[in-house]
Write a protein that binds this ligand. Structure first.
Ligand code: SAM
Length: 297
């Protein structure tokens, strides 16, 4: 029997707990269990392919995925005016074009299977990864809703002076089923307050270029993740494409920006999967802080 046949679609406030129980029951010997669990949040310290393969079909409302960029191959970049190695960790090394593409196809296929028909997926990346991910989205029949350009007004300069300074990342937003009605909180995007974004004109439609600075030191007080996304970026994504009780999944949790944004947006459920324990620990510190002092973040 397929995983999706065993539990029906349920009211969303039950969906996260039933999903976790389902995964644990069906995989007692593999011990796929969250290492952190509250009413709203669950974190798995595992490979996302292993965890997602145990989820039932059609269960998640929104996925934000920030997969490896595959750019840590001995290059250099500029940090605080100094030339530093671009290596972000073993997880970010390219295994070659074909193997990288195969990995993207595997995890995006799992995302497609576990998303609800009305569900949407966001994928962020640079030129190293985003074209492969976009190709796979199209191959798997996703319907692309937008490609957002996240402009970084404070991007690092290009030290070699041989190309334009890299100052944006691309976010693809796609839905599983072209005919299903997806969530888009149009008014909140049009009329919300986005102080960090010098390009957003108040009370005019939100456009597809978002100007958001890279994470401030305040967002790194508990430690750094080498590719941490700004909280303002993830909050905008969560608020625009989810509602109260939506179940959000991030298969590449990193330092937990998506989970923190889900918590700030309020009344969402969040599941994060991260292979490196140090980044799970970092996420827990941030979530505990926001649990205790929600107004400080
Ligand atoms: C680009 S970073 C995500 C950063 C995150 N968006 C943030 O704001 O902190 C990708 C993360 O995916 C993790 N990762 C890589 N391969 C993974 C896998 N197969 N399963 C789960 N996590 C993985 C890496 O350890 C890394 O922390």
């Amino acid at each position: 029997m397929e995983a999706g046949c065993k539990i029906e679609e349920q009211p969303c406030d039950l969906a996260m707990d039933s999903l976790i129980a389902y995964v644990a029951e069906n995989n007692a010997q593999k011990k796929i269990k969250p290492v952190y669990k509250t009413v709203e949040t669950a974190l798995y310290n595992d490979d996302c392919l292993d965890v997602m393969s145990q989820f039932p079909n059609n269960h998640v409302d929104m996925i934000f995925a920030d997969p490896p960029y595959n750019l840590s191959n001995g290059g250099v970049t500029c940090q605080a005016g100094k030339m530093v190695s671009v290596n972000k960790g073993k997880w970010d090394e390219s295994k070659g074009f074909e193997e990288d593409l195969e990995f993207h196809e595997k995890w995006i296929s799992e995302c497609r299977r576990i998303l609800k028909p009305s569900g949407t997926i966001w994928i962020s990346g640079t030129n190293h990864s985003i074209y492969q991910c976009g190709y796979i989205l199209q191959k798997l029949n996703f319907h692309i809703l937008n490609d957002i350009s996240w402009f970084k007004p404070n991007a690092a300069p290009n030290l070699a002076c041989t190309t334009f300074a890299h100052s944006h990342e691309t976010l693809l937003w796609a839905k599983k089923d072209k005919k299903a009605k997806h969530i888009f909180n149009y008014e909140k995007m049009k009329s919300g307050i986005f102080r960090e974004d010098k390009m957003k004109v108040p009370d005019k439609q939100m456009r597809s270029v978002w100007s958001i600075p890279t994470p401030s030191p305040d967002e790194k007080v508990f430690g750094k993740h080498p590719t941490q996304k700004p909280l303002a970026l993830l909050t905008r994504i969560v608020v625009s494409s989810t509602n109260d009780s939506s179940l959000i999944l991030d298969p590449f949790n990193g330092g937990g920006t998506t989970g923190v944004a889900a918590k700030i947006a309020g009344n969402r459920k969040y599941i994060g999967i991260e292979i490196e324990k140090e980044y799970i620990d970092l996420t827990i510190k941030k979530l505990n802080k926001i649990n205790n002092e929600p107004k400080l973040l």
